[in-house]
Design a protein. Structure first.
Length: 417
């Protein structure tokens, strides 16, 4: 049983942009600038190019196989079941950790607006609220995501409008900051904020006329997000300078407070608060559907494959992910796991590009070199991450793949008896 196709082209483009532009713009750009210096804009573009290459690959496969599940389903269809499992688990891990970080970010912003709020409790309440909205199906979730996106666009435009006259051109140079190595490190730190561009393809069974809509949504959504990222980050860099921008985890808040006396910081605070909530919605929306797809083919318990009869939402998958998220936000220091989540994201992207290479020439609308470049770019950025995060991500994925292999061998022996 699949959901009803309810997303048209314009809605899909706006939804893709809304699911890309998230709290990373507020929380990661400072740390990325600490590495890339004045080369932060180039670092952002590197991530955007990788997203675009992978997005084209996702669109190519998605238009030919419009099923939910993304790279997990695509690599499985081509016979690479172990690659499929590893990609699916990598996406689930990234989604769950990201969901927890976003919940804590939302709670932290809430505590700044309403001092004294207990962060873990507010994060837990936000997770439950997001799960409840997703339970109602894709249509109300989409409307909320797009609505919040437009409100944030207005707030960020106000910030840029007030800050632009205070921009100093010398703060934007040198273009490569401390050098290409620093730019690559900055790109790796900021890269996870591009996540979201593939979610339209992951939810392909919800898209009207997927062969036309998915490519348009992916490329259009990435383009809109890139413009927003570069304009906002470039304005902040021009106001603060690379050194000051790299020393704070909230550079936009600092920039707004500097150029708009009194209430400037509130613009950014409200934008970040709403963005955190909307990004949680998009994260759970896509992650629950990968969990549902994995349950549907037996790679995870088939109980996860259930769809609600009225709302067509994967309610069992939503329930499990929410429970895990509640445990994480109350028990673990999630921000330390973000490099591991970024490594898992790159595994998923590499699997997407790999799936596109398995298409016949007649099924492609782009050259195969696009997918090869996507894989090479993923590998380059993967190797720019901290070595410990690569070891943790690689070890965890290898362990789970080994357990899956062992269970498969056990089931085969039982059948032979």
């Amino acid at each position: 049983m699949t959901g009803r196709r309810s997303l048209g082209r314009t809605t899909a483009v706006l939804l893709t942009a809304a699911m890309i532009v998230g709290t990373g713009l507020f929380t990661s750009v400072g740390a990325a600038t600490a590495e890339a210096g004045s080369g932060i804009l180039v670092a952002m573009l590197i991530g955007g190019v990788i997203a675009l290459l992978t997005g084209i690959s996702a669109a190519e496969v998605g238009v030919n196989y419009p099923q939910e599940g993304g790279a997990f389903i695509w690599t499985r269809r081509f016979g690479f079941r172990t690659v499929s499992f590893v990609a699916g688990v990598a996406y689930l891990f990234d989604g769950i950790v990201g969901l927890g970080v976003l919940a804590l970010g939302f709670a932290t912003y809430s505590a700044q607006i309403f001092p004294g709020l207990p962060v873990p409790l507010v994060a837990s309440a936000a997770l439950i609220a997001v799960a409840g909205i997703n339970f109602l199906g894709i249509s109300p979730t989409t409307k909320i995501l797009i609505g919040v996106f437009f409100v944030n666009l207005v707030l960020l435009s106000m910030y840029v409008g007030f800050a632009a006259p205070r921009v100093k051109a010398e703060h934007l140079f040198p273009v490569l900051g401390p050098g290409i190595a620093g730019v690559l490190r900055g790109a790796a730190v900021f890269f996870w904020t591009w996540d979201g561009f593939q979610r339209t393809a992951i939810m392909a069974d919800q898209i009207k006329d997927p062969k036309r809509t998915i490519p348009f949504a992916v490329v259009g959504g990435i383009t809109i997000a890139a413009i927003i990222y570069l304009v906002v980050a470039g304005t902040t860099l021009g106001v603060l300078g690379a050194d000051a921008m790299g020393k704070t985890d909230a550079p936009m808040f600092r920039g707004a407070a500097m150029v708009i006396a009194g209430w400037g910081g509130w613009i950014i605070l409200m934008s970040a608060w709403m963005t955190a909530f909307s990004e949680m919605l998009g994260d759970l929306l896509a992650t629950s559907r990968v969990g549902h797809a994995m349950g549907n083919v037996g790679e995870l318990p088939r109980w996860l494959s259930a769809l609600h009869k009225r709302f067509h939402s994967p309610h069992h998958s939503l329930m499990v992910l929410t429970v895990i998220g509640l445990a994480l936000v109350n028990l673990f220091p999630l921000r330390r796991l973000m490099p591991v989540a970024s490594a898992c994201t790159l595994v998923w992207y590499a699997a997407t590009n790999f799936a596109a290479l398995e298409l016949r020439r007649s099924q492609r609308f782009a050259w195969a070199i696009v997918s090869w470049l996507g894989i090479a770019a993923c590998l380059g950025l993967f190797l720019s991450l901290p070595r410990w995060s690569l070891a943790v991500a690689g070890g965890a994925l290898a362990l789970l793949a080994g357990i899956r292999w062992g269970l498969g061998r056990g089931r085969m022996r039982l059948r032979l008896r």
